[in-house]
Design a binder for this molecule. Structure first.
Ligand code: SAH
Ligand code: SF4
Ligand code: F3S
Length: 450
């Protein structure tokens, strides 16, 4: 029998990847994707990184209570990090939740859904963090036809003291290179032009193999797949980032000149308490080497303000660090205590108001830096791969430069999935606006294939 499903995805790109694989697996089974008002099952792919992320999901779950009470549908499947974090409590609190599956058992979700529709309640949590039942399917039914994510390693062993990921995603396990390369090749055959390799710490890729195949080897091999135009990766970790990655980025044209290298704080004292394993000056050394080897590289970062015990002096160190680094963009957040992590029980927790104040100050400073960096691009001609309609509409297309800047240009759907030369006409801190110069002749880049 075939059923209908809707899927809502929260959290990071790994969830996007998991969601697209689930879409594909269910569609191959004959299920039909629809909207939440029609669906037999609503699948919610969840995130636990901050309290706010969990609250959003809880309020979505609450919204189905009435319909479920009246019509007996939709039933809900809560999967991913928050499913792992809250477990059976979700079933106890919400009668509409009938399936709870942690992120390392995604492979069991399709069967679990069919069981739930036969009136069972199904819970698969990842009690043994090494045992995995992955979903072995290439995400052919995707939210975007031109770009895709591919997870190259599961879990994380870093145990930064603020972070819940190692507890919900389990131990670090690299996927085999042949499996990844085959998946990327299948995606390219299906029309993918840009792939982003995902891991919580891509630089530790391969450390769990006995032979010395490293992240830089994988990057090189992926970039040699014919027909693929762009390779990206995220997230890098300053403790494990090595110069061979810089070398391969400088050598291989298809590897985009963009790195997200989270610094988290500008104070060595706080970095130590976070268990990050590097100092600010060590971090600056990596930035220097990256900028020397790849002059037009864009560097983005992540930053937490208000970690327990962060003094005004530590905070000023962070502001000075931002001034020195001149990041293209920074994902900022105020510290959110996560139950079960060491930082949640540290003394000297910072008040909500103070965290809010510090967040507003870093955002104001970084917005000005990002804006200035984008302003430098006005008048320049850049390469843009258009991959979607702009979310704001207004006849605008959305694309990205190799440096991962979002560019909005007036255009129509026939331009999607193509590379254009675009002249930047206007900048804001998040977007660039531009006008078309020409369709880019990229036969030289394509080698064979297509
Ligand atoms: N593995 C990556 C990113 C993981 S989560 C890394 O090591 O950087 C993405 C970002 O969420 C982190 O970089 C961090 O800035 C933020 N984050 C994680 N836990 C948080 C918490 N408890 N409170 C606030 N921000 C948090
Ligand atoms: Fe969390 Fe640290 Fe692992 Fe990133 S490296 S996922 S911040 S524990
Ligand atoms: Fe969130 Fe889990 Fe990703 S906690 S950020 S969905 S790894």
């Amino acid at each position: 029998m075939s059923f209908s499903f809707a899927i809502n995805i929260y959290g990071c790109q790994m969830n996007q990847y998991d969601g697209d694989r689930l879409r594909t697996a269910l569609t191959f089974r004959g299920w039909k994707e629809t909207d939440t008002s029609q669906a037999d099952v609503v699948i919610i792919v969840t995130c636990s990184i901050r309290e706010k992320a969990e609250q959003k999901v809880l309020s979505e779950i609450g919204r189905y209570k009435k319909a479920f009470g009246v019509k007996g549908k939709p039933i809900l499947a809560v999967i991913g990090c928050m499913a792992q974090n809250m477990g059976v409590e979700l079933i106890r609190r919400f009668p509409q939740v009938r399936v709870v599956v942690g992120p390392r058992h995604i492979g069991l979700v399709p069967d679990a859904l069919e069981k739930a529709l036969r009136n069972k309640v199904v819970v698969y949590l990842d009690e043994d963090p090494r045992e995995m039942v992955d979903l072995k399917v290439t995400p052919i039914i995707r939210s975007n036809p031109f770009k895709a994510f591919v997870t190259i390693a599961h879990g994380c062993d870093n145990f930064c003291t603020y972070c819940i990921v190692p507890y919900v995603r389990g131990r670090f396990v690299s996927r085999r290179p042949d499996e990844i390369l085959e998946e990327v090749s299948e995606l390219v055959e299906d029309g993918i032009l840009e792939v982003t390799l995902l891991g919580q710490n891509v630089d530790s890729y391969g450390k769990d193999f006995c032979k010395g195949y490293r992240f830089s080897d994988l990057l090189r091999d992926v970039s040699h797949i014919p027909g693929l135009l762009r390779v990206r990766f995220t997230t890098s970790h300053p403790r494990d980032f090595t110069d061979d990655v810089i070398e391969v980025m400088a050598e291989e044209q298809k590897i985009c000149p963009a790195v997200n290298l989270p610094i988290q704080s500008g104070s060595d004292r706080i970095l130590k308490k976070m268990n990050r394993g590097y100092t600010v000056s060590g971090y600056e050394g990596i930035i220097r080497r990256l900028r020397n080897a790849i002059p037009d590289i864009s560097i983005t970062s992540d930053l937490i303000v208000g970690f327990p015990g962060e003094t005004e002096e530590d905070f000023v160190d962070t502001l000075n660090m931002l001034e020195r680094m001149q990041f293209d963009l920074v994902h900022t957040a105020s510290y959110s205590p996560r139950e079960g992590t060491p930082a949640a029980v540290l003394p000297d927790q910072i008040s909500q108001e103070e965290k809010k104040r510090r967040l507003a100050i870093v955002n104001e400073l970084q917005d000005a830096i990002s804006f200035k960096k984008n302003l430098d691009l006005v008048g320049k001609v850049v390469e843009v791969l258009f991959d979607d309609l702009a979310p704001k509409g207004g006849g605008l297309l959305q694309g990205r430069t190799p440096t991962d800047k979002v560019v909005l240009v007036p255009g129509d759907e026939t331009m999607l999935g193509k590379l254009y030369e675009v002249r930047i006409t206007e900048a804001s801190n998040w977007y660039l606006y531009g006008e078309l110069v020409s369709l880019r002749d990229f036969n030289d880049v394509l080698e064979v294939g297509l």
